[in-house]
Write a protein that binds this ligand. Structure first.
Ligand code: HEM
Length: 526
């Protein structure tokens, strides 16, 4: 009993001292406007299950730059192109760090990856490895035949279901398409389909990945109110540790398999053979894990540490799979809701590609209407509603307001795309709006106007944007070219729901189910 009393007194003292410390720290500052704050919790209690919508409402009420106190953490949010440009370009050096959240510590190898690492030499080195060894144009080009196979595999799966008269679960097939593309490139394995690693391994892999996404997206109270970590009412931190262990075992197994394969090959090859030649003289492309195993480590080490390799593998899987499949599902939902858009994109595909062959990657630049569908999808349903939250490294000012060091930055891309000072008819899916300035090439990334921001900007801009864009355009081009699409029986197109759920990526609340009817000659599908 005495101990309990002591704990209560001690915790109360800490809380009271925190309140006074915070009051003292911020009393001389001219902070941006924001909603009234509660003691201890600040604005945490004003957030519901869709925080991007709550933050958007704060911007409507208090202006384009809003200050929030989330427990112990200072935060700002914005939906305004000029403020975003100031943060991500003009003051990139101040704002390009990341907060060290508990999920990042547990699930990204103590922030040892690229995406969640704080700004510093480690991030710089890991990012350089991505840009100079993994995501180069040449390396991505070497996987183009795999991507073509996966595009055909996607078409074949839909065709198979259409032949049986079954509705298609687009979440499942688009998820498998993205996952296969990424894992073939990264791990040298296809997880779904005929050449797959096997149903058990695929299911295990999917399951762990979904748990990872969920935990990374969580606004976990323990990050904002350290006292909460003692309670951990919903067992989130325990879950993070469990997933951390499972994922680590999974990645280690893949590294060990690759090492064994390399060792077997080294023994087989005679000294004169090039390291990546087959016995029959044909070239074998190296997957990303092979590349990482062949790179030198930090501080003169001969090879990279396993932990660094695992952190990069994790980033590639997390950053590349869900982002592209969530975008594809939203694009399909909006196009099926708007049959005139489907007609127009099919007419573009028919005139550029014709009815006698499948769309190829080389066609994608010639499809401005398809590109404007993707741009409009990013406007309405950006894959990352807050990008990946940034953190400021030192005190600074924006528009004359003080921004303390270690402020968390929530750039609300969802609200940017629905900002009525920037866009009109915000709830209308209208790809044509992106063709109006007569520009032939529809840019899918952000332009100088910062009116959409699907991949971020500045130092932390997504390094996989070209690959992500290709995967999205390719899947959509094939699905629109090969099939007519309609909602399942009894549902009118405009009744397809567009509710989202919040997370690190923001999927549709309900999986999209639709009916596909082949529109090309049968021999093209097999
Ligand atoms: C449609 C597909 C994709 C979308 C919408 C997307 C979006 C994003 C966004 C919004 C960010 C955060 C930017 C910021 O915080 O300022 C990001 C970061 C990142 N993305 Fe992507 N991404 C996609 C595909 C990919 C792919 C295919 C890869 C790699 C294979 C990739 C790798 C990364 C990495 C490593 C980061 C962290 C960069 C850093 O912190 O330095 N992404 N992405």
């Amino acid at each position: 009993m005495d101990i309990l009393l002591l704990i209560i007194v001690f915790s109360s003292l800490i809380l009271i001292s925190n309140i006074f410390r915070r009051k003292f720290k911020t009393s001389n500052l001219r902070l941006p406007p924001g909603p009234p704050r509660w003691p201890i919790f600040g604005n945490l209690l004003q957030l519901g299950p869709l925080p991007h919508r709550d933050f958007a409402n704060f911007c409507i009420e208090y202006g384009p730059l809003v200050y929030l106190q989330l427990g112990n953490v200072d935060a700002i949010t914005t939906d305004d192109p000029d403020v975003i440009r100031e943060i991500l370009l003009k003051q990139d050096d101040v704002f390009a760090s990341r907060p060290s959240t508990l999920a990042a510590v547990h699930l990204a190898y103590r922030c040892g990856d690229v995406a969640l690492a704080p700004l510093g030499p480690h991030w710089k080195r890991m990012r350089r490895i991505c840009m100079e060894h993994l995501l180069t144009t040449k390396r991505l080009e070497s996987f183009s035949s795999h991507r073509a196979e996966e595009a055909q595999h996607l078409v074949r799966s839909v065709w198979g279901q259409a032949q049986k008269g079954q509705p298609v679960n687009l979440r499942e097939i688009l998820g498998a398409f993205s996952m296969n593309n990424v894992t073939r490139m990264l791990l040298g394995k296809q997880y779904f389909g005929t050449g797959s690693a096997g149903p058990n391994e695929a299911m295990e892999f999917m399951h762990i990945t979904h748990e990872l996404f969920w935990l990374l997206g969580l606004i976990y109270l323990g990050d904002y109110l350290p006292a909460w970590r003692w309670i951990d009412l919903y067992g989130c931190e325990k879950k993070m540790r469990e997933v951390e262990k499972k994922i680590d075992e999974f990645h280690q197994k893949i590294i060990d398999e690759h090492r064994e394969k390399r060792e077997r090959k080294r023994k087989r090859d005679n000294d004169n053979n090039a390291a990546n030649d087959h016995d029959d003289g044909s070239k074998v492309e190296m997957d990303f894990v092979d590349v990482l195993l062949s790179l030198p480590g930090d501080n003169g080490k001969a090879v990279m540490d396993d932990v660094e390799i695992k952190a990069l593998m994790q980033d590639m899987i997390a950053a590349a799979t869900d982002t592209s499949s969530v975008t594809n599902e939203w694009a399909m939902a909006e196009v099926i809701r708007n049959p005139h858009v489907l007609k127009r994109v099919q007419s573009e595909l028919d005139s550029v590609v014709g009815p006698n062959r499948m769309v190829q990657e080389s066609d994608l630049a010639q499809l401005p209407y398809l590109r404007s569908i993707v741009r409009e999808t990013f406007r309405m349903h950006p894959a990352g509603p807050f990008l990946i939250p940034h953190e400021s490294l030192k005190p600074t000012k924006i528009r004359g307001y003080d921004i303390p060091a270690k402020t968390r930055i929530f750039i609300n891309t969802h609200a940017l795309g629905r900002n009525t000072r920037v866009w009109n008819n915000i709830e209308e899916f209208r790809p044509e709006r992106h063709l109006e300035d007569g520009d032939k090439r529809v840019e899918i990334s952000h332009g100088p106007d910062f009116k959409i921001l699907p991949f971020g900007a500045g130092k932390r801009k997504c390094p996989g944007a070209p690959l992500g864009t290709t995967m999205v355009l390719m899947a959509l081009a094939r699905l629109f070219h090969c099939f007519e699409w309609s909602p399942p029986g009894g549902v009118r197109p405009e009744e397809i729901d567009t509710q989202e759920v919040y997370g690190m990526t923001m999927p549709k609340a309900q999986p999209l189910i639709a009916i596909a009817k082949p529109r090309l000659s049968p021999n093209l599908y097999c």
